[in-house]
Design a protein around this ligand. Structure first.
Ligand code: URP
Ligand code: ZN
Ligand code: ZN
Length: 460
């Protein structure tokens, strides 16, 4: 199977040029002006952008959490990702406390195997670091191609680890060249504020937001980056939502520490007014919560300053019925929201189209930097000879309205209901096969492959 993409404007993280792309099999075979080749399929990309397929480095598919399962499984979630131009996702395997990391990996492999549309990789969340867990790290990195380890400084009593476990894990991961990532919020302070609110009878979703003030995020971010500095491990802070946390990352980067930052599309697009809607605000109960307009502005600036390298979704949808379990008590609302489909189009519409970021920056934060940080570059994350032919043809003129009635998420509400966006991926190619064409699915369930990742490089 071969594809010739003609006359497109190719954008990578660094380049912007007009050329044809010839795809032979699963990879890009040549790039040049007026390529004189015969192909099985010819796509005319005149007037369109040709971008590397998106990489979403933070999604939760079919995750057991707070008494429910996130409502997109590997089939529906990765298909929704492809519809939006994301061709690779990195999901989280989550260790159960008292069990091994391999035990969790086998469970997650069982759910994913044969069901995935996009390509995918795993991070492993370490919720119980002990002498046995320690022994598993080497093989996970060297045999399984899983080089990133997630930690939680919150969700006390469920996922949270303490600082002693954190530095132990950091030292072990460092030995084998991996990276430690973190949900950086102060679990003890949040726990205290939650209890205070519950005692005072403050039980609506607004109090989820008020129980996680900015300092809970900035304090934990600073503590984490200090521990990473002390141990010398490469590190990455997920879903940064606030200016205070950004300041801690900036400080760490100033001492030339390898710490990378991720924000999520919802923190760039939405603001805390979503918590003034009574129980409807449960749709946006996530951790950290959506913050203020000043944080939004700081996040866009941090992207341009290179403090934040990636934009993810933290896609973790729950059906409204599950959210309603917290109708009388916000602590029972499963945390998370849908978004996997909309990341690329929102980055274009709210970012590039509104003059906040350049096209090269969009490609960098939506694809290239994730590939580099997480050991997939240059197989993924760029348009280059020899790279996987993960390519999207993006129409910058297409207007559409985001809605639960049209999205592909398996979720009965949208976090962006009624928002008009401009720009859409109209053709999505994954490893040399057209996966989506004008909204129609052209590949079968199970086409998606697991990406074994190399050790994290020092490419950035
Ligand atoms: O609220 C969120 N973010 N849910 C998913 C789990 C996590 O903390 O990333
Ligand atoms: Zn988190
Ligand atoms: Zn998450």
């Amino acid at each position: 199977m071969s594809i010739l993409i003609k006359n497109g404007r190719i954008i990578t993280a660094t380049d912007d040029f007009f050329a044809d792309i010839f795809v032979d099999g699963q990879t890009i075979s040549s790039i040049g002006r007026n390529l004189n080749v015969v192909a099985d399929t010819v796509i005319d990309a005149s007037g369109k952008l040709v971008l590397p397929g998106g990489i979403d480095p933070h999604v939760h598919l079919e995750m057991p959490f707070m008494g429910a399962f996130s409502s997109d499984n590997y089939e529906t979630g990765t298909l929704a990702a492809l519809h939006g131009g994301t061709t690779t996702v990195i999901d989280f395997v989550i260790q159960s406390q008292g069990k091994s990391l391999y035990d969790a990996l086998r469970q997650w492999q069982g759910r994913a195997n044969g069901n995935v549309y996009s390509d995918y990789a795993f991070h492993i969340a370490v919720t119980d670091f002990n002498a046995n867990t320690q022994l598993e790290i080497k093989d996970l990195i060297e045999k399984e191609g899983i080089s990133s380890f997630k930690t939680f400084m919150a969700y006390k009593g469920a996922l949270m680890i303490d600082d002693r476990q954190m530095v132990g894990l950091m030292n072990e991961v460092k030995k084998y060249g991996g990276i430690v990532t973190v949900h950086a919020t102060n679990g003890d302070v949040i726990d205290y504020l939650v209890e205070q609110n519950k005692t005072a009878g403050n039980l609506s979703p607004l109090y989820h937001y008020l129980s996680q003030p900015e300092i809970t995020e900035s304090e934990a971010t600073g503590r984490f980056t200090d521990m990473a500095f002390e141990t010398g491990v490469n590190s990455y802070v997920v879903h940064i939502s606030s200016e205070g946390a950004l300041n801690k990352i900036r400080e760490a980067q100033k001492r030339n520490q390898k710490v990378f930052g991720e924000t999520c599309i919802q923190y760039l697009v939405l603001d805390a007014s979503v918590y003034n809607l009574g129980f409807e605000s449960a749709k946006w109960v996530m951790s950290p919560p959506i913050r203020e307009k000043k944080d939004q502005a700081a996040l866009w600036a941090a992207i341009n300053q290179g403090i934040v390298q990636t934009v993810a979704t933290d896609h973790c949808p729950f059906m409204w019925g599950d959210k309603c379990k917290g109708e009388k008590d916000f602590t029972k609302i499963p945390n998370g929201a849908p978004g996997i489909e909309h990341r690329m189009e929102l980055l274009y519409s709210e970012g590039v189209n509104k003059g906040k970021i350049s096209l090269n920056k969009m490609v960098d934060i939506a694809s290239t930097s994730s590939a580099k940080i997480f050991g997939m570059f240059p197989q993924k994350g760029t348009i280059a000879v020899g790279s996987d032919a993960d390519i999207i043809i993006f129409d910058t003129t297409k207007k559409h309205v985001l809605s639960a009635s049209t999205h592909h998420h398996h979720c009965d509400y949208s976090a962006y209901e009624g928002l008009e966006v401009i720009g859409k991926a109209d053709t999505v190619i994954l490893r040399g096969n057209v996966a989506i064409e004008n909204g129609n699915v052209k590949i079968k369930k199970g086409y998606g492959e697991f990406v074994k990742r190399s050790k994290v490089t020092n490419i950035l």
